[in-house]
Design a protein around this ligand. Structure first.
Ligand SMILES: NC(=O)c1ccc[n+]([C@@H]2O[C@H](COP(=O)([O-])OP(=O)(O)OC[C@H]3O[C@@H](n4cnc5c(N)ncnc54)[C@H](OP(=O)(O)O)[C@@H]3O)[C@@H](O)[C@H]2O)c1
Length: 252
């Protein structure tokens, strides 16, 4: 099961955090990788590490909020590999503020980075998948796309990730006829560049222990098994699924 040899896996947001962790997980499964983000130096370093594991690895500098740059990235990937088997939409960021205090700029930044970008990247890469009649799209949403929270005011992040969750269902329904599946993973708290400032406070640790049944943050690599399953050939009848990997946060 789960043979990724000669499978091409594109990961946006691969220069750090969960994207980089998933890239390593897929390389361990033998997949060829396309690593996308803005920090090319980081991608090149990671590509060097993964190539040493015997897989092909293409770093592509791409700002996912720029649709022309996304289309160029997709064209470069198609030229290099001739196909895309798996797309993981992982790039993301956020400006945190509550609904009363948030500025237009903070709202627009978050919605563009976390929701509109998923549309741009999916549109560009699904065209390539459609030609082959095969594809697996995995959107990294968030447990905050499923529920609100009382620890940190971040209304645009909730809205954008909720949008990703329902876009996942819409894309799953629409692209099923091309044998393309689309599923979402909703991570809980993982310490990454995005979250470390918030997660490292005593206050947040206490909140997390009180609200996450497993009583801890996610460890590096704990998203990988879910992503690998959804990306596998064997998950051929799984589409439109929203999978929380959150230590039980959304179960209570
Ligand atoms: N960590 C958590 O607790 C958590 C929980 C739920 C959901 N998530 C989601 O998981 C995803 C990854 O987050 P992370 O925690 O791994 O954070 P991270 O370490 O900050 O990684 C974010 C990644 O997104 C890329 N990115 C951001 N803006 C981009 C843009 N405009 N164009 C291209 N790439 C861009 C960054 O690369 P460059 O800066 O090099 O472009 C980086 O590779 C995000 O969608 C986040 O919302 C995280």
């Amino acid at each position: 099961m789960f043979n990724f040899k000669n499978r091409v896996v594109v990961i946006s947001g691969a220069s750090s955090g969960l994207g980089a962790q998933m890239a390593k997980g897929f390389a361990e499964q033998g997949a060829d990788l396309v690593l996308m983000a803005r920090r090319l130096d980081r991608l090149e370093t990671l590509a060097g590490e993964l190539s040493a594991m015997g897989v092909k690895c293409l770093p592509v500098k791409c700002d996912v909020t720029d649709s022309a740059m996304v289309d160029d990235a997709a064209a470069a990937v198609e030229k290099e590999f001739g196909k895309v088997d798996v797309l993981i939409n992982c790039a993301g960021s956020a400006k945190n503020a509550g609904v009363i205090d948030m500025t237009d700029e903070e709202w627009d930044f978050t919605m563009t980075t976390d929701l509109t970008s998923v549309f741009y990247v999916t549109r560009a890469f699904a065209k390539i998948m459609k030609k082959a009649g095969y594809g697996r799209i995995i959107n990294i949403a968030s447990m905050y796309g499923l529920v609100g929270n009382t620890a940190i005011d971040t209304v645009a992040y909730h809205a954008s990730k909720g949008g990703v969750v329902n876009m996942t269902r819409a894309v799953a329904a629409e692209l099923a006829k091309y044998n393309i599946t689309c599923n979402a993973i909703c991570p809980g708290y993982f310490a990454t560049e995005l979250t470390e400032a918030v997660l490292s406070t005593d206050e947040f640790t206490a909140y997390m222990k009180a609200t996450v049944p497993l009583g801890r943050y996610g460890n590096s690599g704990e998203l990988n098994a879910g992503a690998i399953f959804l990306a596998s050939e064997e998950a051929s009848y799984v589409t439109g699924v929203i999978l929380p990997i959150d230590g039980g946060y959304t179960a209570v």
